[in-house]
Design a protein around this ligand. Structure first.
Ligand SMILES: [Zn+2]
Length: 446
């Protein structure tokens, strides 16, 4: 078995691993690079392998940094099967469509051809073969794959690949338990080799049990001060967790929820996918009793840009959930223009903010920000709840890995260099196994 690391090496985006075994080439995830200035250049540069030679792709979850280059793979001639769970396939189509629109606007502005178009997305979606959790599938004679719940986002999976008497486990992204909406990541009994994410390999999350009280008090003060609560979020998982928390925990705490807007067409579509697959949700949710776990009956959903602009005319207090999660674009910017200067309003940050984004600058306490080239004074309260992360923290990752027996080697990917290095030390100490933190393009023969 040979493993080639082609993405998310000492960084958190661009997940892409090639496994060559039993005469077959299997690609694990095919994501885009995000964040850095070099990202676009790297996304546009050709794959180092021949796309036509890939037999099978396994997609472990729908996030763009794990799926965003699938249409490019198809554009370059890949025509094999793409295995994933049913929710992963549906969410992948939504995120690819959304990113294609953004890329098209960018490419018109910068005058270069887009990475791919709607036709490639359509062909990509035709190649999906959906499989449920826990049912092993022989993808080629002597090569079996099984997907297990990863608890990261709806339909997310840990991959078990069994071949030639060896077992390889790939975490893709591992969830942060307990989650209200998803079951915790499933334990894996045994493996010879593991490829693990390390997004928070050097960190411990804020205590998850305090977040409901914190959220309630923020909503209550928005009401008492007659302000606006702005919550920038990611469309998948974070939005649904928030909707559920606001609906469920504010209801049981008897707090009044003011006029409440979901100003993100993508997040609305994603929420519908969540409703379509109750079997992928946490069985504790008791859906038989409560079929409106996201409070959609109370939500005002603004599909058009005009409807979004009318939110400003509605009287305070109000809650607005809008994208993008890091405030580097999207409808949230229009609401920030209106309310960031209002001392009675609050900006609640529930997502990771990477360096260089407006979100990071706000969280770091900048008092004057620029939106669309215009300066604004920051008078609104800027608060963060850190426990909404969809990724396991260092202790959770280590606990999950430690319960796998027979591990000979662990490869660490999907973490900034310092996170992967810190985690590598803990793994060596606790598990006494060989740890490798691959560099981009490296190959290992097992
Ligand atoms: Zn992810």
């Amino acid at each position: 078995m040979r493993i080639f690391f082609y993405g998310a090496c000492r960084e958190v985006t661009g997940s892409n691993i090639l496994v060559e075994v039993a005469g077959k080439k299997i690609l694990l995830d095919c994501g885009i690079f995000q964040g850095s200035r070099m990202a676009e250049e790297r996304n546009y540069s050709p794959f180092v392998f021949d796309a036509k030679s890939i037999d099978v792709v396994v997609v472990c979850h729908a996030h763009l940094d794990h799926t965003g280059r699938l249409p490019k793979l198809v554009k370059d001639g890949f025509r094999g099967k793409i295995y994933a769970t049913a929710p992963t396939a549906q969410l992948t189509e939504l995120v690819l469509d959304d990113s294609e629109k953004l890329m098209r606007e960018e490419s018109q502005r910068d005058n270069h051809p887009p990475l791919y178009g709607p036709a490639e997305i359509e062909t990509t979606m035709e190649l999906f073969t959906t499989i449920p959790y826990d049912e092993g599938v022989e993808i080629s004679p002597g090569i079996k794959i099984t997907l297990k719940n990863a608890g990261h986002i709806l339909g997310s999976s840990v991959l078990i690949l069994e071949t030639e008497g060896k077992t390889l486990v790939y975490t893709s992204d591992l969830g942060n338990a307990p989650s209200e909406l998803l079951s915790p990541p499933e334990r894996i009994e045994k493996a010879d080799f593991v490829i693990s994410e390390t997004t928070y390999g050097g960190r411990v999350h804020e205590d998850i049990t305090k977040r409901h009280a914190k959220l309630n008090s923020i909503i209550n003060s928005t009401i008492s001060e007659n302000g606006v609560l702005m919550i920038p979020t990611f469309a998948i998982e974070r939005t649904q967790e928030l909707l559920h928390d606001i609906e469920h925990f504010c209801t049981i705490a008897n707090c009044t929820i003011p006029t409440f807007y979901l100003d993100s067409p993508l997040a609305e579509k994603v929420t519908r996918v969540f409703q379509k697959y109750p079997e992928y949700l946490n069985p504790r949710l008791n859906l038989a009793h409560d079929n409106d776990i996201f409070g959609l009956s109370r939500l005002r959903i603004t599909s058009t840009v005009d409807a979004s602009k009318q939110i400003d005319d509605a009287p305070n207090p109000k809650i607005i959930i809008a994208g993008s999660g890091m405030m580097n674009g999207g409808r949230i910017l229009y609401h920030l223009q209106n309310y960031i200067g209002d001392a009675n309003s609050t900006l609640l940050i529930v997502s990771y903010q990477s360096g260089g984004t407006l979100g990071r600058r706000l969280i770091d306490g900048e008092k004057v920000i620029k939106i669309f080239g215009k300066k604004y004074n920051v008078a609104a309260n800027v608060v963060a709840i850190g426990s909404y992360s969809a990724h396991a923290d260092a202790p959770q990752l280590l606990r999950w890995l430690s319960t796998i027996s027979g591990v000979k080697k662990i490869f660490l990917v999907h973490g900034e260099g310092d996170q992967a290095l810190a985690f590598g030390e803990s793994v060596k100490e606790k598990m006494g196994v060989d740890v490798i933190i691959p560099q981009q393009g490296e190959m290992y023969e097992l």
